[in-house]
Design a protein around this ligand. Sequence first.
Ligand code: 8YV
Length: 327
Amino acid sequence: MLPQIYIARKIPVEVENYIAEHFRYKKWDRLEPIPREYLFEQLADCEGLLTSGTRIDQELLDHSPKLKVVSNISVGYNNFDLEVMRERKILGTNTPKVLDDTVADLILSLMLSVARRVPELDRYVRAGHWSSKDDENIFGVDVHHKTLGIIGMGNIGQAVAQRGKWGFGMNILYHNRHSKPDVEQALDAAYRSKEELLRESDFIVLMTPLTPETRHYIGEREFAMMKPSAVFINASRGATVDEAALINALRMKQIFGAGLDVFEQEPVDPKNPLLTMDNVVVLPHIGSATSQTRLEMGMLAARNLVDALYGRKPSQLVKELQDLYES
Ligand code: 8YV
């Protein structure tokens, strides 16, 4: 009998067709997130779970006695309680690489939108206004040939650096847990300490995964180091930034503006002060949101499930659980 799995989010039909060839399955195909208690009921007889963002913790695993693998349709996997999954020998997989260019494109759009005030001035014109070309009140800041500082030089960070370097002639700085000589050579990029990068950069892109070490990685101290003309971009996870400190830094004009695709609380609270600021561009966590990329992510996540439940090592087993497969 084919293994039983649960699909806990809406997926492209091509992915569902592929899954149907390998599994018995049940699915949640609404746009709103699946209620946790309902998910628990569905998982009672499932060996695999296809999801992203669902908190995989002791409570969920206590309701999933047959679960062997959780396949995230996302590159981030901060929803995994890795310690509990390790104890229970539950495999966890993600979908890196296939979304790098799509997310990097979005990050560049945020950089340009904030720097040249695109959404703000779009609203300005739609409201019936038009100003002299010499009116400094509609001036923005340049992107080309400025200094781009990337915190977290993983695959997406490198894709952003490529765009900045080759597309806009930018000077590339980066901060990472480990230096990357090959990237430095390929992009003429320079390694900097976190503090040096914050002080020297005109555009700061935060692309670290969310871990206990990176929670509130950018806060009051860090915003105070940035240039008043600096543009701050976060497209990783909202909680890597102390959002209250960001709001204060913007109010005190410690930075020029911010581009945010992620928030500490998602969906973002409509009363969040960031949504009232003209020098902040906000998006609903759409980094990987193109049809082609979501199809590729879904197919990769489905293949991870097939590998795991058909006795093969999944190609995208997260690094912290690699030894589980050998054990
Ligand atoms: C997913 C994300 O791309 O990939 C990630 O880590 O941040 C998410 O935006 C999206 O939820 C599709 O699963």
